[in-house]
Design a protein around this ligand. Structure first.
Ligand code: NAD
Length: 299
């Protein structure tokens, strides 16, 4: 691949910031787009923090960190600069209409060789691809949070995804130092389907008073060697995003994915997780979890 290719990342939230960082630190120019200037500002802060932490840990030189940060420019949408991009990753809010609109715009602007990827957690790649004029170039690239640390990209094939698009996507994944799995389209793919079910069940247990939040998480960490419990994972993912995924899975796969009412209550209360400072647990201003802060549900 030629040196500095351009990658467009649409959606500058939790995932967009991590994805932009991954590509910028792998030698790409990144255009980070969002319709919220507050999101763009916050994302640049996060990315700058990630580069700074890399320098502190001796993983990159200060010069490389500066070059990486300078390789990122921002935009309010998919504008004419996308004409030069080789890859676009849509990672906006988990909403089909929003994603379809972004992908349709992308297909009209990107050059014919460019891959158009979506980081949806659960939605149909074929349905998103059907919104644009180049469904063969649309593919799922499902990243995990926090992107800089998590090694896997789940690559999802839509009905019309071409083998050339798959080959190029695998190349891109390797280029940012990630491993991959390839799955055929199915609601929630492999990862979200399992993780949503487990997180939902853990919430039902919390709501029923089966055990404390801390002990529900500890059970999976210590009995099954999971690095994080399901409630901690939900706090990291964001319960607003988790609820959207569950609602979709409930809609297409039925009863076993019915969202626990406590998740709805938490989202209404603004307890979205780490990103709002509280979810099942509460976090201090530096993002450190406050001991003993697990949500107590009284009947
Ligand atoms: P987030 O809420 O942190 O960020 C979403 C961003 O999208 C916001 O900044 C919002 O302003 C922006 N946005 C909304 N509509 C837009 C539009 N029309 N154009 C441009 N930007 C727009 O959400 P997130 O957690 O970063 O999730 C983003 C996507 O990644 C979702 O599809 C989610 O399912 C998926 N995902 C999330 C996780 C996770 O752990 N949070 C993991 C894998 C995949």
């Amino acid at each position: 691949m030629p040196e500095r290719e351009t990658v467009v990342v649409v959606g500058a939230g939790l995932m967009g910031a991590g994805i932009a960082y991954a590509f910028a630190s792998s030698g790409c120019n990144v255009i980070l787009a969002d319709n919220s200037s507050a999101s763009l500002e916050k994302a640049l802060d996060t990315i700058s923090g990630s580069f700074g932490a890399g320098v502190e840990r001796g993983k990159i030189t200060p010069e490389a960190a500066e070059a990486g940060l300078n390789a990122i420019t921002t935009a309010e949408g998919v504008d004419e600069r996308a004409n030069a991009a080789s890859l676009l990753i849509e990672t906006a809010t988990e909403n089909l209409a929003v994603k379809c609109e972004i992908i349709a715009e992308a297909a009209s602007r990107l050059p014919p060789h460019a891959v158009i990827a979506t980081n949806t957690s659960a939605l149909s790649i074929s349905e998103i691809a059907n919104a644009c004029t180049a469904p063969d170039r649309v593919i799922g690239m499902h990243f995990f949070n926090p992107v800089p640390k998590m090694k896997l990209v789940e690559i999802i094939l839509g009905l019309e995804t071409s083998s050339e698009t798959l080959t190029r996507t695998i190349e891109w994944t390797g280029r940012i130092g990630k491993d991959h799995i390839v799955v055929n389209e199915a609601p929630g793919f492999t990862t979200s389907r399992m993780s949503a079910l487990m997180g939902n069940e853990a919430m039902y247990m919390l709501a029923e008073g089966v055990a404390s939040a801390e002990d529900i998480d500890k059970s999976l960490r210590m009995a099954f060697n999971h690095p994080m419990g399901p409630l901690e994972t939900g706090d990291l993912t964001g319960w607003d995003t988790r609820l959207k995924v569950l609602e979709y899975l409930y809609d297409v796969m039925g009863e076993r994915f019915r969202p626990c009412p406590l998740i709805r209550k938490m989202v209404k209360a603004g307890r979205h997780g780490r990103k709002t400072g509280k979810g099942v647990y509460e976090y201090d201003a530096t993002g450190i979890r406050i001991p003993g802060s697990g949500l107590k549900v009284s009947l």
